[in-house]
Design a protein around this ligand. Structure first.
Ligand SMILES: [Cu+2]
Length: 173
């Protein structure tokens, strides 16, 4: 069977595109360590009860061990708890593990100027660990359209020097 050389060229380009897409996905999940929300936790949560029991009933900063804190944060229409109204205060140059969930609709969590960016999906917990190197105040925005006041859904993360971090505001584990 004779295949025209332009036909061959397009078949070749199509196969190259498909191989590239698969390659990019594999690269993201291996080299860049991208994750699907909820995968680390393994089990889903019930969005209708997540605010009334467990750690998300009392969101905030907890201390896991020396130089390692965790933040349980709720994204809901149209605020972050903690983060909106009062800034979320964290120490600089310290390991911080975030756990995020939503009781209502899909929200986004993005801290501009960092690589922190996650979807916040009802029924799932997004978990990731980071480190803020320097004292600095960051913005916090929702980047998934979540309703009429989505454009107002924002907060602040204030990174203070380790020596100024006040542990009396921590929530006990
Ligand atoms: Cu939003």
């Amino acid at each position: 069977m004779h295949v025209h050389r332009f036909e061959k060229l397009w078949i070749g380009l199509s196969l190259f595109l498909i191989a590239s897409f698969i390659g990019i996905v594999l690269f993201g999940f291996t080299v860049m360590d991208l994750k699907v929300p909820g995968v680390e936790q393994g089990k889903p949560v019930d969005p209708t009860t997540v605010l009334s029991k467990g750690a998300f009933a009392n969101p905030g900063v907890r201390k896991i061990e020396e130089n390692h804190y965790e933040v349980y944060m709720v994204a809901q229409q149209f605020l972050f708890r903690p983060g909106t109204g009062q800034p979320l205060v964290l120490p600089a140059d310290t390991k911080v593990t975030f756990h995020l969930t939503s009781p209502d609709v899909i929200h986004g969590f993005e801290v501009p100027g960092t690589n922190l960016n996650s979807m916040v999906i009802p029924g799932q917990i997004a978990t990731f660990t980071t480190r803020f190197p320097e004292p600095k105040t960051y913005g916090l925005i929702c980047h998934e359209y979540c309703g009429a006041a989505h454009h107002n859904m924002k907060g602040e993360i204030k990174i203070v020097p380790k020596s100024e971090f006040d542990e009396s505001n921590l929530i006990s584990r």
